[in-house]
Design a protein around this ligand. Structure first.
Ligand SMILES: [Zn+2]
Length: 240
């Protein structure tokens, strides 16, 4: 997450847990990425943020997450069609998806080239009318007139996903026992964060799913990235 003020941006530091993060831990940079203030290194996706601020002058805040519902679309390579009213409250049209980066672009500078791919995606799209994008095989970038404006509340996000044609049901994770969910819903494929991969408790679950022919797809999950923590951090920042 980052915010822009004139020719400076403030971005979250790299490697600091959200629940321990303080205002003084934030890193201040100029638009070329030179550090002006801060004891930590800036977030690893800083080059993407810088590209976006330079190309989209009206935006003042950017949020990047791997939130599970949106990431499943990014993984599947599908844009999110505008089919519901809640979606229309935030996005005046489909939420687009970036193209695949080629191997050179990935190796040379994945983060910067991700920024360029987003800008390319918005060649014929008004970035203020569609304030967000899916990054193919990765996650989401969303932006707005302020940092808090770039965060869409959980209930609203789940409502957007609930209203689209690719999804039969959007269910908040109320308990970790996914098998109980299966007994209710009988799904064929389960998407889960790769932090579960090879976890002892999960292995048992995997065996159970194997028996009932459920395929498990793991997608990248970043530790410490959660909309709840982001929101709490924002509230704390506003109070200070
Ligand atoms: Zn990411």
């Amino acid at each position: 997450m980052s915010a822009r003020d004139g020719d400076c941006i403030v971005i979250k530091p790299s490697g600091v847990e959200y629940d321990k993060m303080k205002v003084n831990d934030m890193v201040v940079l100029d638009l070329d990425g030179n550090k002006i203030e801060g004891k930590y290194n800036p977030s690893s996706d800083t080059p993407t943020h810088l590209e976006l601020y330079k190309a989209f002058p009206k935006i003042k805040g950017i949020t990047h997450t791997h939130s599970s519902h949106a990431t499943s679309f990014a993984q599947a390579g599908c844009e999110i069609e505008a089919l519901g009213a809640t979606h229309a409250d935030y996005f005046y049209g489909n939420i687009p998806i970036t193209r695949n980066l080629d191997d050179c672009e990935v190796v040379e500078n994945y983060e910067k080239n991700t920024g360029k791919a987003i800008i390319e995606t918005f060649t014929n799209i008004d970035y203020m009318a569609i304030p967000g994008v899916l990054i193919r095989s990765h996650g989401v970038f969303a932006w707005g007139k302020s940092a808090s404006d770039s965060v869409i509340p959980f209930e609203e996000r789940i409502e957007i996903v609930r209203n689209i044609k690719y999804v039969d049901a959007a269910i908040p994770q109320e308990e970790l026992d996914k098998f109980k969910m299966w007994e209710k819903l009988h799904f064929d494929v389960l998407f889960v964060g790769d932090d579960w991969f090879n976890a002892p408790s999960w292995k048992e679950m995997e065996a159970k799913f194997n028996e009932v022919d459920v395929r498990i797809v793991y997608f990248p999950y970043t530790k410490g990235t959660s909309s709840t923590i982001l929101n709490d951090t924002l509230i704390k920042l506003r109070e200070q």
